[in-house]
Design a protein around this ligand. Structure first.
Ligand code: ADP
Ligand code: MG
Ligand code: MG
Length: 273
């Protein structure tokens, strides 16, 4: 069986709301590094059934397992295994080497160019599309839950702790367990929301934050009513994409399958002189 003594635990590499993440190496295959996400069990933990398992597992694990069946998406962090040790859960995750969170990357990089933003957004959208295909609503996409490798800017979506299965039924506002500033306006206004338009809202929020270095909306009031202040240095295509993703009425918002076809992702090559 698997237990923690098989790992040499190194530095703490992250701290979230519910636990710590350590880098570790598997002793037998010395060079293979993993990230151990350690969490203390709580009353609020949700459990879900997984195909082939008779006992429900932690929802975070169940949702990740849906994404681990081949073919996998390179933009979603891999779950190698998990352990339950007394009052703790430990997720054994792929370690994204020489990476930082998108939050840190944005802080460290003044005026990110549209070409870099496009590269990041393509990968984020690939991860999101893959989640929808596997029936997973991530529910907590923000810059601390996205890792970016340097210098290649490969993106990995992490932290499925708020993820939920997508069904025919809409989600309720109370199902939204992620950071408040990521909540789509329809969840606040109508109290119900669907995964796809909520994902498109998130895409708009992320592109805005990458291009401006700050949140599009700070609070619920501004999510529902605030004007979007877009920087004049952005291209018209970029402004258009942000605006179309951040249309408050989900019926009028750009649809998920239309996002990748938006002209910002298909810049015309400049005419050779
Ligand atoms: P929480 O659910 O507590 O927010 P996360 O899964 O978001 O926990 O992890 C917390 C932090 O740990 C992340 O923001 C990131 O900095 C770091 N981290 C998590 N997973 C990895 C990983 N696989 N590789 C590298 N760093 C990671
Ligand atoms: Mg997190
Ligand atoms: Mg979490």
């Amino acid at each position: 069986g698997l237990d923690l003594t098989q790992f040499e635990v190194g530095d703490m590499i992250g701290e979230g709301a519910f636990g710590q993440v350590y880098v570790a190496s598997h002793k037998r295959s010395k060079r293979v590094k993993v990230a151990l996400k350690c969490m203390v069990k709580s009353q609020q933990d949700r459990y879900l059934d997984v195909d082939g398992h008779s006992t429900p597992v932690l929802a975070e694990v169940a949702m990740m397992l849906r994404l681990m069946k081949a073919p996998r998406c390179p933009n979603i962090i891999r779950l190698h295994n998990w352990l339950e040790i007394e009052d703790n859960f430990v997720l054994i995750l792929e370690y994204a080497g020489s990476c930082q969170t998108l939050l840190q990357y944005i802080k460290d990089t003044a005026d990110i160019e549209e070409n870099q933003a496009r590269q990041l957004m393509r990968q984020l959208i690939r991860a999101i599309m893959f989640c929808t295909e596997r029936g997973v609503f991530h529910g907590d996409i923000h810059t601390a839950n996205i890792l970016v490798t340097l210098p290649r800017l490969e993106l990995k979506l992490i932290d499925f702790g708020c993820a939920q299965p997508i069904t025919q039924k809409p989600f309720n506002k109370s199902d939204y367990r992620g950071a408040g500033h990521g909540m789509p306006p329809e969840a606040l206004r109508c109290r119900v929301f669907h995964a796809n338009p909520a994902y498109v809202w998130t895409i708009g929020i992320m592109l805005y934050e990458i291009m401006h270095g700050r949140l599009a909306f700070n609070n619920r009031q501004s999510i529902m009513f605030g004007a979007i202040q877009i920087h004049p240095r952005l291209s018209t295509a970029c402004v258009d994409l942000i605006s179309q993703c951040l249309i408050r009425n989900p019926a009028k918002r750009l649809q998920l399958h239309q996002v990748e076809e938006h002209c910002w992702f298909n810049p015309t090559t400049p005419n050779p002189v």
